[in-house]
Design a protein around this ligand. Structure first.
Ligand code: NAD
Length: 425
């Protein structure tokens, strides 16, 4: 997962709350749902439901005990159990995890999966720990969170620097705590231990389905589409690989730099090159460029799939792509998002474009709950259905109320969560 994701998130919750208020105004003005305004149900969404802070004593290989700090924020579960990742990073803090938990509630509601929003993490640099120490740390986290998670309560998943192996350890420790094998307590597990087929590529594939739906909607599906993808990690690589037959990927990048070939990159050969050389740069036939140059390329679709806040007040004017597909979380800062919208750029927001991962996580949970294994084709077909349905509703909301797609996504999600809250309060 991308390291930069866990930085400069202090103001993220403020942005989230501003978006919440803006969405609520639109919901009220257009009477999107029937609400007893005197009850002020919206107030519930302004606060996380539960915030857990834990101290995790871990026996290190040296024989010393270190104590690590961990968090789990359970923001809202009106639509179903809390759902969201666990990240291991030295800059994890309460504000960041709270904002991300709110985000997950919005994302699950946009995709219309019956899950709420949660997020957690440990303040640790996992690169400094041995595998045995990471196992003891993860098991300590599972024991500490066991009273407040569970298949019908809160279902974590991998995130920044957490792996399927860690999900497996968490599941095992939780199962010991409750006295029975409980795979549905966590998703993102290895295939051999209750994971789902299709989870590894789900974010990239979900983004491909989102772009397909957008191009069909805007009558561009027959056109040759050029694409630049920033980031060639889990999300960006799989997006590029799966998008390759449909569209011309002319540029991509990683932390070492970017490459460009006007005639299109051979993605299969590029994956081999990256495996061999550990970077995309110096790919035969392509020109090395900088990440800034990649962002400013004249392409039809720009796909930021690396870090948050890569399009900001410093560089937004140089963006020439007419469409931005946000695979990274928050790659376009909010004020610039509005400026680009006014300039005529379409931003397909992260809360839909990268929701493939959480949708297939939900499918993993569903399979575990039913003790089933679905075929890959079934998983992908169900994912496509979810994404296309979400996109169609999003587009209708945007058209009906003359909104940009990001605002429309918040309107859709907040209306759904408020409706659920209103029924129970
Ligand atoms: P990753 O760590 O696997 O890949 C990140 C990529 O970005 C790498 O290729 C890295 O070299 C590149 N990168 C790092 N710094 C860069 C820089 N300064 N300029 C250009 N490239 C740089 O991470 P990932 O899992 O692919 O996640 C990427 C983004 O997508 C993150 O914002 C993440 O939150 C979001 N996301 C991922 C998933 C998922 O399932 N993987 C799901 C939802 C959202």
């Amino acid at each position: 997962m991308a390291e930069g994701q866990v930085r400069d998130d202090k103001s993220m919750m403020k942005d989230n709350l501003n978006q919440l208020e803006a969405a609520y105004e639109i919901i009220k003005t257009h009477k999107l749902i029937s609400l007893d305004e005197k009850k002020n149900v919206i107030e519930i969404l302004r606060h996380p439901k539960r915030l857990v802070r834990v101290s995790l004593p871990v026996l290190m290989d040296s024989g010393v005990i270190n104590v690590y700090e961990g968090y789990r924020v359970q923001y809202n579960d009106a639509r179903g159990p809390f759902k969201g990742g666990l990240r291991y990073h030295h800059e994890v803090d309460e504000d960041e995890v709270t904002s991300l938990a709110f985000w997950m509630a919005i994302k699950c509601a946009v995709a219309d999966i019956p899950m709420g929003g949660g997020k957690g993490g440990i303040v640790v640099n996992p690169k400094e720990l041995s595998s045995a120490e990471l196992e003891r740390l993860t098991r300590a986290l599972a024991r500490a969170l066991a009273p407040v998670v569970g298949p019908n309560v809160d279902v974590p998943a991998p995130d920044v620097y957490t792996t399927p192996q860690m999900m497996s350890w968490f599941k095992d420790e939780y199962s010991k705590y409750v006295g029975k094998e409980t795979p549905a307590v966590i998703t993102g597990k290895p295939m051999e231990d209750g994971g789902s087929l299709g989870r590894d590529k789900a974010t990239g594939l979900g983004a491909v389905y989102t772009l397909e739906a957008y191009l069909t909607q805007t009558a561009q599906s027959e056109k040759e589409i050029t694409v630049a993808v920033q980031g060639f990690g889990n999300a960006g690589l799989h997006f590029a690989e799966l998008a390759h037959p449909n569209w011309k990927i002319v540029a991509t990048s990683d932390s070492k730099g970017a490459i460009y070939n006007e005639a299109g990159l051979d993605i299969k050969a590029l994956i081999e090159h990256k495996e061999k050389t550990k970077s995309v740069i110096d790919f035969p036939g392509a020109k090395n460029i900088t990440n800034e140059e990649l962002l400013a390329l004249e392409v039809d679709v720009l796909v930021p799939a690396a870090l948050n806040s890569v399009i900001t007040e410093k560089n937004w004017e140089s963006i020439k792509a007419k469409t931005i597909l946000e695979i990274a979380n928050g790659p376009v800062s909010l004020p610039e998002s509005e400026k680009l919208f006014r300039k005529g750029t379409t931003i397909i927001p992260d809360v839909l474009a990268n929701s493939g991962g959480v949708v297939v996580s939900y499918f993993e949970w569903d399979q575990n709950m039913k003790n089933e294994h679905w075929e890959l084709n079934d998983v992908n077909a169900k994912l496509k259905e979810k994404i296309v349905t979400a996109f169609t509703t999003l587009w209708e909301t945007k058209e009906k109320y003359s909104l940009d797609l990001r605002t429309a996504a918040y309107v859709m999600a907040v209306a759904r969560i408020l409706e659920a809250e209103a029924k129970r309060n």
